[in-house]
Design a protein around this ligand. Structure first.
Ligand code: SF4
Ligand code: SF4
Length: 107
C-alpha cells in the first residue's frame, strides 16, 4: 500500500485558524522579511495576522492555497511537516473551514 500524498499547495489547512494568536514569531524569525502590516504585537510577542480566519499571507484560488511569503515564512511554518500528526490534526480541524472560505473566495 502506498503512503498517502500530501499536497500543501492544494491544502493550506495548517494556515487556517480562528485563534488570532495562532502564529507567533520566534527568535529564529529575526531578520525574515515579513511585511510589518501583516504582524501585530501583544504582550511583548509578535503574531501574524489571522483575523480573517486564515493567515493573511495565504492566497486562495479555486484549487490552490499558496503561501505568499514562502521564502520568508516563519519558523513555525517551516517546522510543520506534511503527513505529521499535527498536519493530520490541522486537516481534521480546519479542512472544512478552509473549504468554506475557499468556496466564498471563488464564488
Ligand atoms: S495541513 Fe499538512 S498537507 Fe495541509 S498544507 Fe499543512 S502541512 Fe501541508
Ligand atoms: S506564513 Fe505561509 S505557511 Fe505560514 S501560515 Fe502563513 S500562509 Fe501558511
Amino acid at each position: 500500500m502506498s503512503a498517502p500524498a500530501y499536497d500543501c499547495v492544494t491544502c493550506g489547512a495548517c494556515c487556517f485558524s480562528r485563534n488570532p494568536r495562532y502564529l507567533v514569531l520566534l527568535l529564529e524569525d529575526t531578520g525574515r522579511a515579513l511585511p510589518a502590516d501583516s504582524l501585530f504585537e501583544d504582550a511583548g510577542r509578535t503574531f501574524v495576522d489571522f483575523s480573517c480566519g486564515h493567515c493573511t499571507h495565504l492566497t486562495l484560488s479555486e484549487d490552490r492555497a499558496e503561501c505568499g511569503v514562502y521564502e520568508n515564512r516563519p519558523e513555525a511554518c517551516r517546522a510543520f511537516r506534511a503527513g505529521s500528526f499535527e498536519c493530520l490534526k490541522a486537516i481534521r480541524a480546519n479542512g472544512v473551514m478552509g473549504e468554506r472560505v475557499r468556496e466564498k473566495v471563488v464564488a
